[in-house]
Design a protein around this ligand. Structure first.
Ligand code: PEP
Ligand code: MN
Length: 335
């Protein structure tokens, strides 16, 4: 349920109303916009008397929210959420970021070289997997703790921010200096992990599951928001369909649809969406045009020899070309 307040309400009146709502065991989220203040109610609102609230002096309107996601709902929070990172780097609300780097951290030399190169092309955030969710237990599983150390060395050398995937809450102590914690597609509905991450005050990059609906993605975001972590970035990374020509099918409509449903920033991963390096440029452009707030792209110093996902990884030259092409169209995109 949302309560829209009249423009000229007094602070004291609002406090009285929120205190009363809280005494009815409801959580109240205040969203103050330029033109409107909205109180979002979370909890069992079935007993709330809508007509009584509508009759109050300071209330303009009251609406029930049908969707099961509340905190993540655009109706609760009409303004775009802007995720703020160290160094004044922002994502969302018109701020676009490139996250780039290898699928997996392979050595300290490799990650530091890639960091320097993607930074030269305009990326502010370095990606690189240390803990890798692999389909086969015989495939390279990532350098794990050592991979995190190598990422931190790349951060020291270049000043780039870091995004890397967590697979289990027990790994959290290693993530202290990681700027954005990624929850991968396979863990999107690991609710216990989401609950742990909801207690942090650190941005979470939440990737859409291989076969999950947008509502399910937003319900997973809801776990993070409900625990008090408001810095959530959504990521469309392709879904399973009957098509086999590409690794997954990029659901480009997810970008404007998620932005309609939610206030959270939305980025796209064209690398995992297609599995084919050649398709990364057109889909990056399409994502930006559709209103994405950023891109996460796999880049490798020697793609044919990559330990993981070489076929979809861009060379430094191609990444530079993609980043330049995207920057050129950004002023014309529907954000
Ligand atoms: C990744 O980003 O390295 C990754 C494994 O992605 P996803 O969870 O989307 O498959
Ligand atoms: Mn990968």
């Amino acid at each position: 349920m949302i309560i829209i307040l009249k423009k000229d309400f007094e602070e004291r009146q609002m406090t009285n109303l929120t205190d009363w709502l809280k005494s009815n065991r409801l959580d109240v989220h205040v969203s103050k916009g330029v033109n409107q203040t909205i109180l979002g109610l979370v909890g069992d609102t079935s007993t709330v008397d809508i007509d009584l609230i509508r009759g109050l002096d300071i209330v303009e309107d009251v609406k029930r929210i049908q969707e099961p996601f509340k905190n993540a709902n655009r109706k609760f929070h009409p303004a775009d959420t802007i995720v703020e990172l160290p160094g004044g780097i922002k994502i969302g609300g018109g701020n676009f970021q490139f996250m780039a780097g290898p699928c997996s951290v392979e050595s300290v030399e490799q990650i530091c070289l890639i960091a320097r190169k993607v930074k030269e092309s305009g990326a502010n955030i370095l990606r690189g997997g240390a803990f890798k969710p692999r389909t086969s237990p015989y495939a390279f599983q990532g350098l794990r703790d050592q991979g995190i150390e190598f990422l931190l060395e790349a951060k020291r050398q270049t000043g780039l921010l870091l995004v890397t995937e967590i697979m289990d809450a027990s790994q959290l102590p290693l993530f202290k200096e990681i700027d954005i914690i990624q929850v991968g597609a396979r863990n999107m509905q690991n609710f216990e992990l989401l609950k742990e991450l909801s207690h942090l005050r650190k941005p979470i990059l939440l990737k859409r599951g291989l076969a999950n609906t947008l509502e399910e993605l937003l319900m997973s975001a809801e776990y993070l928001l409900a625990g008090g972590n408001e810095q959530v970035i959504l990521c469309e990374r392709g879904i399973r369909t009957f098509e086999t020509a590409t690794r997954n099918t990029l659901d480009i409509s997810a970008v404007p649809m998620l932005k309609f449903m939610s206030h959270l920033p939305v980025i796209v991963d064209p690398s995992h969406a297609t599995g084919i390096a050649r398709l990364v440029k057109p889909l990056s452009l399409a994502s930006a045009a559709a209103g994405a707030d950023g891109l996460i792209i796999e880049v490798h110093n020697n793609p044919p020899c990559a330990l993981c996902d070489g076929k979809q990884s861009l060379t430094f030259e191609t990444f530079n070309e993609v980043a330049t092409a995207v920057r050129n169209i950004l002023p014309h995109c529907c954000r």
